[in-house]
Design a protein around this ligand. Structure first.
Ligand SMILES: Nc1nc2c(c(=O)[nH]1)N[C@H]1C(S)=C(S)[C@@H](COP(=O)(O)O)O[C@H]1N2
Ligand SMILES: [Mo]
Length: 367
């Protein structure tokens, strides 16, 4: 990694400062999942959110190789034919960006300004990473496994290939995949073609796209995306703690119809069914609760049973609602075995892992 002359530190927006053109440029490249797509159990093609730090690389699948190196007995170099010839698994997994919810923090960390849409669920097909690591033979004393992508850029003055490490125990989980298919088709360029890592339960940054290199380390990885970025910290000098597993969240497919500009929702009176999805990567979900009065009172939603074949995929929920004409604020929260989503978000310097509840103002029209 080399230092190059660009803005070296992450900035906080000044009080009252709106979203700037640099944030708008990020927001147009990195699109969210439109919340109406919560009606689909598997996010339809093109609607899954996308987050890419640098450029989407054009990787030639013929010339592409995966290197497995470092603290291993037998370094490997695999091409796509060799990988895809292995026994494959498919898993339906919900992935959420750790920056989801950042744009509502006050003061606002200047970065990709997500509201709530940085999430999606896909069926990923590939081989277990553990099988490939076993073939390479991990040496005693290994602690971290580093995954490097083909994309290159500069971030806060540090030039780098995108690289993230997992602790060895996580990398050896049987459900961590090296995936070449998304929803039964070859990975699209924006989602990591020809090969990406899928780490069920972890926030998005761990799921390294355009994977070219796996390196087993006998010491902790000190790279930018682990040591500097993706940390929960109070200020610039705080080393912070690593962001890892997804906190609980429930989202609602906004009911009724939207105003084009404000996205405000309108509904006719009479019986309606509120619906959405809920997930957690850190603990099993217990319940989803819905409030139709801005959080004053709560009722249990009907939460679909966990699918034993897809323990890391979101679950559907529904709640009946028969509103009277007038303005209402709908709120939904997921509760997992470690607790409920917060009503107000705890602030952190990088705007990470913000799982404050979604609030949906709705106007129910007169009869
Ligand atoms: N090589 C590489 N992998 C990457 C990234 C990246 O910029 N480069 N972004 C990460 C982040 S922050 C997220 S949230 C997810 C997004 O995955 P998706 O675009 O397939 O939804 O990819 C992760 N993997
Ligand atoms: Mo992300």
């Amino acid at each position: 990694m080399t230092e190059t002359a660009t803005r070296g530190r992450a900035r906080l927006a000044d009080p009252g400062e709106g979203i700037g053109l640099d944030e708008l440029a990020l927001a147009t490249r990195n699109h969210g999942m439109p919340l109406e797509a919560l009606r689909h159990d598997v996010t339809p093609p093109g609607l899954h959110y996308v987050l890419t730090h640098y450029d989407i690389p054009a990787v030639d699948p013929e010339r592409w190789r995966l290197e497995v190196t470092g603290a291993v007995d037998r370094p490997l170099e695999l091409d796509l034919t060799a990988l895809t010839a292995r026994p494959a698994l498919s898993a339906r997994v919900t992935i959420e960006c750790a920056g989801n919810g950042r744009a509502r923090l006050q003061p606002r960390p200047v970065s990709q300004p997500w509201l709530l849409e940085a999430v999606g669920t896909a069926a990923w097909t590939g081989v277990p990473l553990a099988a490939v690591l076993a073939e390479a033979g991990i040496t005693a004393g290994a602690v971290d496994v580093v995954f490097t992508g083909a994309d290159h850029g500069v971030e806060r003055g540090v030039e780098q290939d995108y690289a993230r490490a997992l602790p060895l125990a996580e990398a050896l989980r049987p459900d961590v995949l090296l995936a070449w298919e998304m929803n039964g088709a070859a990975l699209p360029p924006q989602h990591g073609a020809p090969l990406r890592l899928v780490v069920p339960g972890w926030y998005g940054m761990a799921h390294v796209k355009w994977l070219t290199r796996i390196e087993v380390l006998d010491r902790p990885f000190e790279g930018f995306q682990n040591a500097k970025a993706y940390r929960l910290k109070a200020d610039l000098d705080d080393p912070g703690t690593p962001v890892d597993r997804i906190r609980p969240r429930a989202l609602m497919a906004p009911p009724g119809w939207p105003d084009f500009m404000t996205r405000e929702r309108f509904l006719r009176p009479g019986p309606a069914t509120l619906s959405g999805r809920a997930w957690s990567g850190r603990a099993p979900l217990r319940a989803v609760e819905v409030s139709t009065d801005g959080g004053a009172t709560w009722g249990a939603a009907d939460l679909a049973a966990a699918d034993p074949a897809a323990p890391w995929a979101w679950r559907a929920w529904t709640a009946p609602w028969t509103p009277e004409p007038g303005r209402h604020e709908l709120v939904v929260r997921a509760v997992d075995e470690l607790g409920a989503q917060p009503l107000e978000q705890e602030w952190n310097r990088q705007g990470m892992a913000n799982n404050a509840v979604q609030r949906v103002p709705v106007t129910v029209l007169p009869d």
